[in-house]
Ligand binder design. Sequence first.
Ligand SMILES: [Fe+2]
Ligand SMILES: [Fe+2]
Length: 149
Amino acid sequence: MKITDAFLADHQALYAKFDQLEKTIPSEVKTLAEVRIPGAELAAILAEHAKFEDDLLFAAIEEKMGSDESTKKVRDEHARIEILMQDVLGYLDDIKRMGHARRTLLQAIKVARAHFNREEKETFPLAEEILGEEKLLELGALWEEMRKK
Ligand SMILES: [Fe+2]
Ligand SMILES: [Fe+2]
């Protein structure tokens, strides 16, 4: 599988999680645990997905382009999403900050949706164009191998 297709499949799975959280967090979630469990799970999945993009796909684009201009924005967005998710988990130590935790989690989801959209419209098509099918397949195989560890 091409690594771009693998990442698109990750996005689809995450969109389903986002939909579900956006539906339940504002109205149905009442306790810290109800935010902590999905919050911690989402933080871990987003961090792993971003790390594979940074280390495999963005690194390959940067190697080919000879500069990091094309990937700087998406790398910065990864850092921003990571900070928001850490804030969510930090707020969850204190019941009085439950509102902050919920709002920040919804904000992180909004930022992540816009970020995925940018990758799908700009970064992945750029990768398809400059790296070619063979390299994308090779990176996809590497991604599958690394995920097993
Ligand atoms: Fe990303
Ligand atoms: Fe992504």
